[in-house]
Design a protein around this ligand. Structure first.
Ligand SMILES: C[S@@+](CC[C@H](N)C(=O)[O-])C[C@H]1O[C@@H](n2cnc3c(N)ncnc32)[C@H](O)[C@@H]1O
Length: 285
């Protein structure tokens, strides 16, 4: 299968079709990082794609695309999946059965979930981080550091005297903060007519920590194009696969236009942010 849209420097390819078929046509062990944000089977209108399948059909589909991703992943590669409560366990069990290693089970926490009264309001999605080989995987923690609580909140000067990681830390496994919300309303990242667009900072963290410049990043469910847009901004080659031709076209336009937040701090410590000035005043006095 040929890509429908391409760009050079770095090479970017967008395929239109079912990711299972496109993945089957790619060389084995050729992709350094896979990020997947699949349809959740929540009856979302994705055009021709049926997002309300019988449960077993959806699980079979899930296993098929996961196996396609595993086949194309290099031995140093990582596979990340964005998935809500109802299918997280099935994905974890399947990836473990394929001998992938779970590196982290992260949570993406957002506010402004859909209001409800019958049970607790959903304010998270699981961000599952697996690798073919836990030790050999590409892992660049220094590219995703954030201010530590000691530095940002408590104004503890001793943290700046450390030889390593002075005033900073590798982020927690629960992800939230400024620019980490769902992309809605008048958010400057927002693309019209797209469902479930992820924030750029989310992909920035994943791509920076799990790949190097020049590596090949693949997203089997491209949607509005977030993964390829951020990959390009970070000088990674990328492949996006999208079933809906309209989404693919719009994603490509976004990829060409470029990312809008890269360069802004992606990892601000916003925990008790309002205390920062007070703590700093105290430390400085
Ligand atoms: C949850 S959205 C992805 C959103 C994306 N992460 C973003 O930030 O915009 C899922 C996308 O997968 C597409 N899709 C559904 N089934 C597909 C399949 N079998 N192959 C490729 N794309 C598919 C849908 O059309 C939809 O655009």
């Amino acid at each position: 299968m040929k890509p429908k849209y391409t760009l050079d420097n770095p090479e970017t390819r967008v395929y239109v079709g079912d990711c299972r078929e496109v993945l089957a046509g790619l060389p084995a062990k050729s992709v350094d990082l896979v990020f997947a944000d699949p349809p959740f089977n929540w009856n979302v209108d994705y055009g021709a794609w049926d997002d309300a399948r019988p449960r077993q059909d959806y699980i079979d589909f899930t296993h098929e695309w996961l196996d396609g991703c595993i086949r194309v992943l290099t031995d140093t590669g990582s596979l990340w999946v964005n998935i809500p409560d109802d299918t997280a366990a099935e994905i974890v069990i399947h990836l473990k059965s394929r001998k992938l290693h779970m590196v982290n089970w992260c949570i993406w926490h957002f506010r402004f979930g859909q209001n409800r009264t019958g049970n607790f309001i959903v304010s998270k999605v699981h961000t599952l981080y697996f690798a073919k080989d836990k030790e050999k995987r590409t892992w660049n923690p220094d590219t995703v550091l954030e201010p530590s609580d000691r530095a940002a909140i408590y104004g503890d000067k001793r943290t700046f005297e450390k030889d390593e990681y002075a005033g900073v830390r590798v982020p927690f496994d629960v992800w939230y903060g400024q620019n980490w919300g769902r992309v809605q309303g008048n958010n400057k990242e927002r693309r019209e007519n797209h469902q479930n667009q992820l924030p750029e900072v989310y992909l920035e963290r994943v791509i920076r920590c799990s790949s190097n410049e020049g590596d090949l990043v693949l997203d089997p469910f491209l949607g509005s194009g977030t993964t390829c847009t951020v990959a390009r901004a970070l000088n990674r080659r990328s492949i996006g696969i999208e079933f809906n031709p309209k989404n693919a076209k719009s994603a490509f336009e976004r990829i060409k236009a470029g990312a809008v937040r890269i360069g802004e701090p992606a990892t601000t410590n916003t925990f008790f942010a309002e205390r920062i000035p007070k703590a700093r005043r105290k430390a400085d006095s």
